[in-house]
Write a protein that binds this ligand. Structure first.
Ligand SMILES: Cc1cc2nc3c(=O)[nH]c(=O)nc-3n(C[C@H](O)[C@H](O)[C@H](O)COP(=O)(O)OP(=O)(O)OC[C@H]3O[C@@H](n4cnc5c(N)ncnc54)[C@H](O)[C@@H]3O)c2cc1C
Length: 452
């Protein structure tokens, strides 16, 4: 019954034989729905995918290809699709912003219907979603892939300060280029980098930019007049000890001060000061105020509000799915993956490669009456860039807390090869394969290299 290694492509192949029967059923549905509606945008679909980001497109591409023209709708308000993992490189001038983006129309699966709007609410008992424009769209199956919400407003004065006077963040398309500009303009003084205590996407990104900035300031000859401090709301520098231990050694060697259990709460733009809450230890409950010349902020994040307030959410606001099958715990025709899901693993695009394979297998299994269930094992990865020629390639399962590496060498050591892989090869895989639904992660290479 369980096929942990089953790829979605095998499910797609099984599905292929049955898809023509579905095509004719779908056509009927579309004609019925066409009454009173524009026939090119029916109000009913076999599958509705909410979000055209990394997760939504990797699922929608395969489903649209398998189920045929306009059986699948993708609700996505944005004109632009971003490959956000590149923003670490953009923020340090190693890639251009343009390389991280593509017009949504270019990456939207040809056979899917793009509904260019936001979902405002869910009615899972009626199998409908309501759009921001008030229109209702019905589905047989729903996939929720709307990403995580960045809560800029939770840090006092951050929205109005971002992108000005040394305050920046790689977590926004609007400010990521400012990071590069401010790093290059920096003349020494206090440089602060923050990581909140909330869940975030890519938990390594808040510190990667610190390593890259430090390298630039060292090369520019201003390192001796620069104090670098990293403030994290958490008690560890990275969740997995194997990588955390190496990162701590690097910080010690490069004189980077790591401060645990400290959460940024306020920016004072006039005096150029950052205010932190101390979350643990003897000073718990007090605040710390520090002047800055450069401040890279990772904002607090959380579940999107429209999911939080819906019947689909768990107590923390995430889409409440089974951690192995990705099926909703209450509504069996609803699935979720990626940053907005309750899956208890690190939120990355890499995790989505494995999640989307499982989800597509199980959803297509539902449609075609196939009960070969695939299970997600919590795989995720964080390429920890430590310089312009070095990287620690963390790969692990968020479910076991154990490394799950692809290559037959110790990935916790800094390497140029994994740096090149992350900067040059993985982006190619992303645009040419992941958004097209044909990349289901490195599991098969792990087998090839004899790692498992
Ligand atoms: C600086 C940075 C560095 C990163 N580095 C890495 C890395 O090195 N490796 C890695 O694997 N990952 C990395 N990530 C994380 C990775 O980008 C995310 O985990 C991934 O993009 C999540 O995909 P998603 O589809 O869940 O969300 P997203 O890609 O964010 O897509 C969500 C989509 O949903 C849409 N949406 C939102 N609300 C609605 C609504 N109401 N209705 C309809 N659509 C909606 C949005 O417009 C968006 O297009 C990084 C992220 C950042 C910001």
């Amino acid at each position: 019954m369980v096929l942990a290694s089953l790829t979605p492509l095998s499910a797609v192949a099984r599905a292929g034989a049955r898809s023509s029967a579905f095509q004719s059923r779908r056509f009927l549905a579309q004609v019925v729905n066409a009454k009173g509606h524009d026939q090119s945008t029916p109000s009913s679909y076999k599958v509705v995918v909410v979000g055209g980001g990394s997760a939504g497109l990797s699922v929608a591409s395969t489903l649209a290809e398998t189920l045929g023209n306009k059986a699948v709708a993708v609700v996505e308000p944005s004109d632009v699709h971003y490959y956000q993992p590149l923003w670490t490189f953009v923020g340090s001038g190693l890639k251009t912003f343009d390389e991280s983006k593509m017009a949504m129309s270019e990456v939207m699966p040809e056979k899917a219907q793009w509904i260019k709007d936001s979902v405002a609410s869910f009615n899972p008992k009626q199998n409908t979603v309501v759009l921001a424009n008030g229109e209702s769209i019905s589905y047989d199956y729903l996939v929720v892939a709307a990403g995580i919400q960045t809560n800029w407003g939770k840090i006092k004065n951050l929205p109005e300060t971002l992108g000005k006077n040394g305050v920046t963040s790689n977590y926004s398309a609007q400010s990521v280029q400012k990071t590069d500009e401010f790093i290059k303009a920096f003349k020494g003084g206090n440089a602060l980098f923050t990581m909140p205590s909330t869940p975030i996407k890519c938990a390594g990104a808040p510190q990667k930019i610190m390593y890259l900035a430090e390298e630039q300031w060292r090369k520019a000859g201003i390192r001796s007049q620069t104090n670098i401090n990293y403030f994290t709301g958490l008690g560890k520098i990275f969740a997995i000890d194997k990588y955390a231990n190496e990162l701590l050694k690097i910080c010690k060697k490069r004189d980077l001060n790591i401060n645990f259990f400290t959460d940024l709460t306020e920016i004072k733009p006039e005096s150029k000061e950052a205010v932190f809450n101390i979350l643990a230890g003897e000073a718990k409950g007090t605040t710390l105020t520090l002047p800055y010349e450069f401040l890279h902020v990772t904002p607090p994040m959380g579940a999107p509000e429209f999911i939080k307030s819906s019947p689909l959410s768990n107590a923390d606001g995430w889409v409440d799915v089974d951690k192995e099958t990705l099926r909703h715990n209450k509504f069996s025709n609803v699935y979720s993956l990626g940053d907005c899901s309750s899956l208890p693993t690190s939120k990355t695009a890499a995790a989505i490669t494995a999640q989307s394979a499982v989800l597509k297998n199980n959803l297509l299994g539902d449609i075609y009456g196939d009960n070969q269930v695939a299970k997600y094992d919590g795989y995720t990865s964080c390429p920890l860039v430590t310089g312009s020629e070095s990287l620690i390639l963390a790969e692990f399962s968020g479910y076991t807390g154990q490394p799950q590496e692809t290559f037959p060498f110790d990935q916790s050591k800094e390497r140029f090869s994994t740096y090149l892989l992350t900067k040059e090869v993985i982006p190619e895989i992303y645009w040419k394969s992941m958004v097209k639904g044909t990349w289901d992660g490195p599991a098969k290479y792990r087998k090839l290299f004899g790692v498992v």
